[in-house]
Design a protein around this ligand. Sequence first.
Ligand SMILES: [Zn+2]
Length: 78
Amino acid sequence: MSVRIIISTEETRLKFGQRIQRCYGCFVAFYMKDMWLGEDATYYCEHCKDDTMFHFEQFSRVLDVSKLPSLQTDKEPH
Ligand SMILES: [Zn+2]
């Protein structure tokens, strides 16, 4: 394990969270850290999200935010 890699990943995550993104539902701009990720890399605010979406705190930790890969929905908790 490399501490340096963990730190730089966290930095990338925090920077990513400061980006402005327009909600696909209501078209209001929000910080990424306040948004939810839906399928097809669409982002929604807390008013427009639904239960299938992932909050920034979740997806930013499990996904490589620098590459923004498509979501894998193999384990969907109910
Ligand atoms: Zn919205």
